[in-house]
Every structure is written in C-alpha cells, then in structure tokens.
Design a protein around this ligand. Structure first.
Ligand code: IVH
Length: 683
C-alpha cells in the first residue's frame, strides 16, 4: 500500500472506529462484534506503525494508551472550577428555591441531575478535537492528565456532527463502574496491595498513573454535565447538554426538567432508592436553574454558583448485633478483623459481615461483642461499622482486645511503623500464608497451573508434600496418586470430595510441566513479593531482563524504573535478602523455570495472528496444547484462559468441555479445529 492509499484507509478506519466506540461506550448499542472491532483497530495500528507521520494526534489508537507522564503539568483553569453548595434536607432545597424566586421571579425551570461520585474533569476542545484534560486541583489550577484521559473509550477525541463552538470546555465526572472497581480490588488484594476504599478513590488513583496503557485497562468512564463560559449558542443548560450529546459526549439519560418543588422532591426520593440499582456510585442529586440568562443574573458566591445546589444522600444505616469477630490471616500475613453480624437488610442486600479494618478502628469505636452497632453502606461497597448504640449496651462486656498472637500458628504479631495492619511474621510456618502463597503462584495470571486449583493445594499441603513453590516441581506420580480429601459442607457450598485418580494426577503433572514455559515477568509476579503485582513485574523485567540483573540492583537503580517507588523497591530488596528465597530461586532455576526475558524477536515468526486472542481447549492430534499456545504467540496472537466476548477464536480439540463450546456459541466466538488453525497460518 502506498502513502496515499494508506492516508485514505487511515481516515476511513478512524471514522469507522470512532463510530463504533461511540455506539459501544456511549450509547451501549454496538453494531459490530468485538472481534470485528478489534480487527479494524489492529489494522489501524498496523498502518500507523508503517506510516507514523500519518497518525493523527486524536486517532482512536490513542485510546489503547502507551504515553508516559512522569510528572503532571499544572494548568490554570480558564473558568475556576467551583464546587456546589451542599444541602442535606428538603428544608434546604425549599430555601434555595425561595431565594431564587425572590431574585428572579416565578418563571423558573430547573434541571435535576444525578450527582456522580467520581473525579471532576474539564476537557477543552478546539476545532472539535480534544486538546486538554485537567483535574479540578484547587479549583484555580489542576493537573494536565490529557494523555490518560485520552484512553477513556467513552470520551470523544474528535467530535461528531457540527454546531460546536470553535473552542469550548466541557466539565464532567470520571467514574469507575462497580464491576471494574470490584475486578481491580480483587487484583490488588491478590498482589498484596491495599484495596481502594471506594470507586471514587480508585478512579482518582487510576487517573494519576504514569503509564497511560495501564489507565486504559482500568475501564474508567465519564459523564458530562456542564459547559462553562458564555460563548454558547444556546439559551438553556438543557439544550447545551442535548447538543453535547449529539457531539458524542456521554450525557446522563436521567436528567429531567422540573417546574415545581414537588417535582424536585419526587426526583430526589426516586433516586434516594434507585441509586442502588445503578452500576456506578452517585452521592446525591444536583438542581440547576435551566435558563442561561437567569444563571447569569444569579451569578456566583466566592465558592459556588447561586444557580445550582446539590443535595447529598444520607448513607443508608441500620443497627444490628455484633455477634463475634474473626481474625483472618492473608497471604502476606496481614491480619484482618471481620465482624460477624446478625444478618440485616441494608441498601438492597443482606449484610452478615462487615470489615473492622484494623486495631486502631476497633479501639476508636470501643465496640464490644453483643453491642448494637450502626452499619453503613456509603460510597464503599463493603459495609462498615461506624458506631455503637451505647444506650442499648445492657451489661458491661469487656473491650475487644486485638489478638497479640497469630490465630493460625500462635506466633506473636508485629506491626511496623506507619502501618495500620498487624502481621504474622511466620511466613514459612503459618499455614494460611504458605497455602495463600502457593495459591497465588499457581493462579491464572501467574504460573497458570489450573489443574492444581479448587482446593488441591490444600491437599498437597496437608500431606506434607509442598511448603513453597519450588516443592511443586518435585512432585511425582507416586507421591500424588491416591491422595484425597472431603471438604465439609458450608452454608454456601455443598460437601465436596476430591480424590487424585490417574487422570487428575496426569493433569497436575502436565500443568506443572507447562508452567516451565511461562514468561519471566509472570514468574516474578508468581513469587508473591509484596507490592510486585503484574504491572510492576512487567516493568521490572523489561528493565532488567534477567533475574541476575534484578538481584544486583540497589535501591537507586530500582527506583529508576517506571512506576517503582521506594516502598516497592524496599520490598524487593528485602525479599532477595532472604537466603530461603535465594534457595527457592536456585531450585526453580534447576527445574527450568524462565528467569530471563526471552527476546520477542527470536520467537516471532509472523504477525498473522496479531491482535487476536485465543482460548485453546481440549486434546489435539498434531500439537500439544502448549505447542499450540507457543505457536499462537510466535505469530503475534495472545492466549487467554477463558472465553469472553473479546475472544477471537476458540481452538477446540477432542474432549473439550461442553460448557466452553456453549459459551463460545452464545458469544459468537468462532470455533476452530487444529486443521482450521493450520490453514489460517498458511494463508
Ligand atoms: S455542576 C459550577 N453537575 O460535584 C458547578 N457537578 O460538589 C459545576 N458533580 O465539582 C458543577 N455530578 O465534581 C455538577 N451533575 C453534576 C454533578 C456535579 C457531580 C460534582 C462536581 C462538582 C461537585 C460539587
């Protein structure tokens, strides 16, 4: 393809991808499959790689991320980013409305909107192109987070239609939907990191990441609700937002125009309940005067506009009885106190347990067993105990003493300066820590030994076969055959018996064998070094290439690596300073585990499968599953463990589970045989 053809094709592809992004992320009404979409995007990426000078700054490929921001530039807002007056009662709303009527008379129309609980953002567009995205900061100036914001799929980099001012700003809120928040916190917990307390903090943390490719994975979203300035060709706020919707912005479907106080109260009452059904957090509603001239007449106080007010919902609260406290030991040894409560209905779910976070919080609340406690579900998804009804405390139960010894192994706990959690230091002798580390080692994103999942690690541990990850590689057929265990029935699960018959053992040993092909970055992640999650492991490996180099690095060299701060660096140094860990690494090396990055180019045979993701399942005639997986990677494709709508193909061999096939059929994922696959490579 020559340059002129490429230019034309890039323009066509960009427009088409923009349209699909808008249909998918803004309108939730896609018209192509994910596979077709990925193919278009891949083609555009390839063309831009071949003709870099033709890549537009607002190309949809920007949304995949890749740009790094070491330090966010401070930018002054053209119009200060004010906040809104808060109210908490209907009385306050009545006062607001009366004030407005006094100032501008009877004919006032209002717009009621949801108050999104996220991070405020101001986007500047020039000639229909996104130029700058700035956080609120102190209201006068904020951080330039343009590179990161460009990765948010629902935000248009280039506007649709016409009729927008030559230059204008639009403000809104970046939010993290509950589903993405949940996924992200599960990952953080697995990485030994503190989970984010609520989606708002998670959104704000994500926005400040240095690597925009990482931001792109976080699945941020945004709603827009305000166009500041007075150069707008519209008479009302509502018209502004309807026009913005036609330019491609995500505008809430739930804004309504109201004339009377009763209508405002209706809106408020509806959302006070219905908010729990939304897939994201709101913390109140906002009421705005609709007419822009009237807004101008009302003007501003030093802090907020006089033409708008927010009503904040009260967090829903109930009281219930505190039955007992469990102290749980995690993989990292951190102790988490969890309150067992008399089950109670709260904000749409039955709550049985609540987090008590740490010893300081237990002490501050002075909570005791048998107390009636106030439980609240606010912005946070996990309910928390926020106080005690002291009047109802009948007898005088003893204060809860935070345990001083590990509930699992009896070792005295310790707490380091500046940390709120207590830890069991007995890393090598405390069962939940040992089992937790092994579970992490075999997990999908680590060594992916799924044949050892579902309680099998526990059986190996109980039989004294494994203590650390290196022991897995000493397992033999004879040591495994015949092992069994019956898991007792619990409230949530039925009784389950696991026994190691021939087939199970063969699967386990194959899984362990295949894990020797897992790349070094995933091995590093699998080791479970505190704060070394998937991303950090990747950054370390692409910087140091080999375990030797990484082990030789001192604090300063570690900190030089992108995304790595002192906390992570010290944790890495401390892990490598242990002789026991060095022994484990030595044993892993002797078993052939990858401890060096394999240069991609050595194994790259073609780009035929670039951009495609495969699930390989079943038994094949010409290839082993691992050979197939390696072949896929060598041709630029990716292997993933389970089928989703994003999977490009399911490579199906004999004996593949019917569930996988059903899922693929349901999601319209093409199913290929190994012959189809071979043909695909020959094309
Ligand atoms: S209007 C000048 N509308 O709430 C007024 N703000 O407490 C501009 N917020 O800083 C703001 N949802 O970050 C407006 N529908 C909505 C909102 C909203 C959330 C946030 C925004 C603002 C804060 C004020």
């Amino acid at each position: 393809m020559d340059r002129i053809q490429a230019k034309k094709r890039i323009a066509v592809l960009s427009d088409e991808i923009r349209l699909h992004n808008h249909r998918y992320y803004v309108l939730s009404a896609p018209i192509v499959s994910d596979f077709e979409f990925d193919m278009l995007l891949e083609e555009l990426i390839r063309l831009e790689k071949a003709f870099p000078e033709l890549a537009e700054p607002d190309s949809p490929t920007q949304q995949v991320g890749g740009g790094i921001t070491k330090e966010f530039r401070q930018v002054q807002h053209k119009y200060p980013m004010l906040s809104l007056g808060n109210t908490y009662s209907e009385e306050d709303i009545r006062d607001f409305e009366e004030r407005i009527h006094k100032l501008i008379g009877d004919e006032v129309e209002y717009v009621c909107e949801l108050k999104f609980d996220g991070v405020a953002i101001g986007l500047t567009y020039r000639h229909g192109r996104l130029m700058q995205a700035v956080t609120r900061g102190d209201g006068v100036s904020g951080d330039d987070v343009t590179t990161n914001v460009k990765t948010i799929r629902s935000i248009p980099l280039k506007l649709h239609g016409n009729g927008f001012p030559e230059e204008f700003e639009i403000r809104g809120e970046l939010i993290l939907p509950h589903s993405s928040f949940k996924r992200m916190n599960e990952q953080r917990l697995a990485d030994g990191e503190e989970p984010f307390a609520n989606p708002r903090n998670a959104a704000s943390g994500s926005l400040k990441m240095q690597d925009s490719a990482e931001v792109s994975k976080r699945k941020l979203d945004g709603f827009f609700y305000y166009l500041p300035g007075n150069n707008l060709p519209f008479k009302t706020h509502y018209e502004c937002l309807i026009a913005a919707r036609s330019w491609g912005f995500k505008i809430s479907d739930y804004m309504v125009r109201c004339k009377t106080r009763e209508e405002i109260f209706d809106y408020l009452k509806t959302w006070d309940k219905a908010r729990y059904e939304l897939p994201f957090d709101i913390d109140g509603i906002v009421i705005k005067v609709n007419d822009l001239r009237q807004q101008e007449m009302l003007g501003y106080t030093a802090k907020s506009p006089r033409w708008a007010i927010s009503y904040k919902f009260k967090a829903e609260q109930v009281t219930t009885k505190l039955l007992s406290i469990d102290f749980q030991v995690g993989r990292t040894g951190a102790i988490t106190p969890v309150a067992n409560l008399q089950p109670v209905q709260l904000a749409g779910t039955v709550v049985k347990r609540a987090s008590l976070h740490n010893a300081d919080i237990i002490q501050a609340l002075d909570v005791r067993i048998g107390d009636l406690v106030y439980v609240e579900k606010g912005g946070e998804i996990i309910p928390k105990i926020i106080g005690v009804d002291l009047e109802k405390r009948m007898t005088d139960p003893l204060p809860i003493v935070f345990i001083s010894d590990c509930p699992e192994c009896g070792t005295p706990l310790n707490r380091s300066e500046g940390e709120s959690a207590w830890y069991c230091p007995n890393e090598d002798g405390c069962p939940p820590q040992i089992k937790g580390k092994l579970e992490h080692f075999i997990s999908r994103k680590a060594m992916n030994i799924d044949s050892l999942g579902e309680g099998k690690i526990e059986i190996l541990y109980d039989n004294g076969l494994v203590h650390n990850c290196a022991d897995l590689y000493d397992l033999t057929f004879d040591s495994l055959i015949g092992l069994e265990k019956t898991h007792e029935a619990t409230e949530d699960k039925k009784e389950k018996k696991i026994s190691f018959r021939e087939k199970t053992v063969a699967n386990i040993l194959n899984g362990i064998e295949s894990s020797k092909l897992v790349s070094f970055d995933r091995v590093l992640y699998a080791l479970g070094i505190r704060f070394v999650g998937e991303t950090v492991a990747k950054k370390l490996v692409s910087h140091f290439y080999s375990l030797e180099k990484l082990m030789q690095a001192d604090l300063l060299e570690l900190i030089e690596v992108e995304e790595i701060g002192e906390k992570i660096a010290r944790s890495i140094l401390s892990w490598f300073s242990s002789q026991k860990n060095i022994d484990i690494l030595r044993r892993l090396r002797s078993k052939g585990i990858q401890l060096t990055m394999i240069e991609q180019d050595n194994t790259r045979l073609s780009d035929k499968l670039a951009g495609l993701t495969f699930v390989v399942s079943g038994v094949f005639e010409n290839f082993s599953r691992d050979e197939l997986k390696r072949t896929i990677e060598a041709h630029g494709g990716k292997n993933i463990g389970s089928i989703s709508s994003k999977t490009s193909c399911l490579l199906a061999g004999d004996n593949m589970g019917p569930e996988k096939r059903r899922k693929a059929e349901k999601l319209n994922v093409p199913i290929l045989s190994e012959i189809d696959f071979l043909k695909m490579l020959q094309e």
